[in-house]
Design a protein around this ligand. Structure first.
Ligand SMILES: COC1=C(OC)C(=O)C(C/C=C(\C)CC/C=C(\C)CC/C=C(\C)CC/C=C(\C)CC/C=C(\C)CC/C=C(\C)CC/C=C(\C)CC/C=C(\C)CC/C=C(\C)CCC=C(C)C)=C(C)C1=O
Length: 171
């Protein structure tokens, strides 16, 4: 019942539009700041490895993640500087405009979890709460946005492609 309300109700769509724009603005300005300010994640990554998240027993909780940072993220810091800065900007734009909203919310969550696993709390948990509602609402979160036009257009394009493929097979 709650799922249906989230995914179909117009008032919920209106509330999610406000949440989307608020969250999108935060992502977009963070990304824009990184792109224009020259961003280097390597200091943060080294810090995350030196001070990993510890459990109550004094052991590392996310040792697999720390290995990933050490063996893949640090040697490819240039790639992550690009991915994080532009990812933040695009996710922000997508959420503000309501364009590919579900995909934008999904990638926002990927980044929130990457930051939290690296030991930063900041406003990641509240971003996650907003992101989960936006992603769970699917089309309804972008109903008052570009998704209203973009998704039906893409659906038409795909079904046209499918029927053309069908013709060529049967011909
Ligand atoms: C509070 O948090 C925090 C931050 O701060 C927000 C931070 O920084 C940081 C600091 C961060 C660092 C120092 C980096 C740390 C690095 C790591 C931990 C390494 C590991 C990192 C990762 C694994 C993350 C990697 C990044 C990923 C996966 C993100 C990738 C993102 C994308 C590819 C973008 C996806 C976006 C989508 C899908 C939305 C796209 C939609 C748009 C752009 C809309 C555009 C629309 C238009 C332009 C309009 C045009 C219209 C169109 C197209 C439609 C046409 C219409 C028709 C009808 C045809 C921390 C810690 C933090 O704790």
């Amino acid at each position: 019942m709650f799922g249906k309300l989230l995914r179909e109700n117009n008032i919920v769509a209106g509330i999610l539009t406000i949440v989307r724009i608020y969250l999108g603005w935060a992502w977009m300005s963070a990304g824009w700041g990184k792109i224009t300010g020259g961003f280097d994640a390597s200091g943060f990554l080294k810090g995350a490895i030196a001070n990993p998240v510890m459990g109550p027993d004094g052991n590392m909780v996310y040792s697999g993640w720390v290995s990933f940072l050490e063996s893949f993220a640090i040697p490819n810091a240039g790639l992550f500087n690009f991915l994080v800065a532009w990812g933040e900007l695009l996710v922000g734009l997508g959420l503000i405009l309501g364009c590919f909203t579900t995909a934008a919310a999904f990638f926002a969550l990927v980044m929130n979890f990457a930051f939290m696993l690296s030991g930063t709390v900041s406003h990641n948990p509240t971003d996650v709460i907003m992101g989960v509602f936006i992603a769970a609402a699917g089309y309804n979160a972008g109903k008052f946005g570009l998704d209203r036009f973009v998704l039906p257009y893409l659906r038409k394009l795909v079904s046209k492609g499918k029927s053309e493929a069908g013709h060529s097979i049967s011909a």
